[in-house]
Ligand binder design. Structure first.
Ligand SMILES: [Ca+2]
Ligand SMILES: [Ca+2]
Ligand SMILES: [Ca+2]
Ligand SMILES: [Ca+2]
Length: 388
């Protein structure tokens, strides 16, 4: 056994959270289907943790199919809400919201509408984040955490100007119902209204990391799309198997980190086959889920500390140091978990609010389209691997 593994065995019993599960490293992942997870060092990261069930990622998207065998055990449950009694038992203004909320249809079933464009988008992302590791369909970065589904996107895989209040409601739901991370693989075509920016800032002030795309719109005007452009949001760009930036992946100074998102496999609703997808949408889940693993080691680490850990541990690509095309570099879950375990694994820290960071920020352009279409991920083809 190498010294690295010895240090893990020494450190684990000192972790204060009793719910930290010591991951048993499963058989090696297939480099064909999980090259993206292997590329961020997931097998070594799992020696620290596969996630804490008390850590929840809220996914604002097309909805999530929680009947999928890979997501049944990963479903966030609102324990304060009594199911199906027609009452809002926890007084959060949502009746019978036991597993999230469908803001698009205003009901308590956040599963995707199978007739919608890209109905698989949210489930594909949920699979990358947390697909269960106890069967043969797929496995996510943090299989022991929980997913809160907040359905928002319309049947055309987008939203319109009048939907911004609905988007804000979804963010506030995540904040008010104790999500630990807010995931949004979406991009606007212009600058969102101030009320939306304020919702992002509310999450930041509550120390809830918000993770989004740089965007899939590498054409004029060139800039990292919103919400990824906000300094409070962690913007993720997409690279391929050769560590080349994806052609459509937006770049700029707000590009914080990159992760593999091209030709990656995950799950889809109402089916137990793997499907293949590409786009910044599918790079972001690796970052969201790695943050979930970090918070599983210690849930009180402030956002800016998490960011520093990600920056310091990622693998530099392109020109030396942080650059517009790759941000600080390629996400390295293994190094991040080693860092966080050594620093925070046996130390209790208090949550400290902090002011928004300042960063270079684009100014001077206005909405050039009221239709806020997002196409941050495409599905190229289906059913490349049958389960079992
Ligand atoms: Ca309720
Ligand atoms: Ca109820
Ligand atoms: Ca699985
Ligand atoms: Ca670089």
């Amino acid at each position: 056994m190498n010294p690295f593994k010895c240090s893990i065995l020494f450190l684990l019993p000192l972790i204060i959270s009793s719910s930290i599960s010591v991951a048993s490293v499963t058989s090696s992942l297939s480099p064909i289907y999980y090259w993206n997870l292997l590329d961020i060092g997931i097998e070594d990261a799992w020696e620290y943790t596969k996630g804490d069930p008390n850590i929840t990622v809220a996914i604002i998207d097309t909805g999530v199919d929680f009947t999928h065998p890979d997501l049944v055990n990963q479903t966030w449950r609102n324990s304060d809400e009594i199911p199906n009694n027609g009452k809002d038992d926890d007084n959060n203004n949502y009746i019978d919201d036991t597993i999230g909320w469908d803001f698009r249809d205003d009901d308590n079933d956040p599963s995707p509408f199978l007739g919608a464009d890209y109905y698989m988008h949210g489930t594909f992302i949920a699979g990358l984040i947390a697909a269960d590791d106890d069967n043969n369909i797929s496995v996510g970065v943090a299989p022991n955490i929980r997913i809160m589904a907040l359905r928002f996107l319309n049947d055309d895989f987008g939203w319109t100007f009048e939907d911004w209040p609905m988007f804000i409601e979804a963010i506030d739901y995540a904040i008010d119902n104790n999500a630990d991370i807010i995931h949004m693989s979406v991009q606007a075509t212009g600058i969102p209204p101030v009320s939306f920016k304020e919702a992002i800032q509310r999450a930041y002030q509550k120390q809830i990391p918000v993770v989004s795309v740089t965007g899939n719109s590498n054409f004029e005007p060139y800039y990292v799309r919103y919400p990824g452009n906000y300094p409070e949001v962690i913007a993720v760009s997409s690279i391929d198997k050769n560590h080349e930036r994806a052609d459509l992946s937006c770049f700029g100074s707000q590009n914080e980190i990159c992760a593999p998102g091209e030709d990656v496999y995950s799950i889809e609703p109402n089916n137990i086959d793997l499907i293949l997808g590409s786009g910044t949408s599918y790079a972001v889940p690796l970052v969201s889920a790695t943050i979930a693993l970090i918070l599983s080691v210690n849930s009180t680490i402030p956002i800016e500390e998490i960011r520093s850990i990600l920056h310091e541990t990622c693998t530099d690509l392109g020109s030396v140091g942080k650059d517009d095309y790759f941000g600080y570099g390629l996400l390295n879950a293994s190094a991040a978990l080693k860092n966080v375990t050594n620093t925070y694994g046996n130390v209790s820290t208090s949550i400290q609010g902090s002011e928004s960071t300042t960063s270079n920020h684009i100014h001077g352009f206005e909405f050039f389209d009221m239709l806020c279409i997002i196409i941050t991920g495409t599905i190229l083809y289906y059913k490349r691997k049958s389960s079992k």
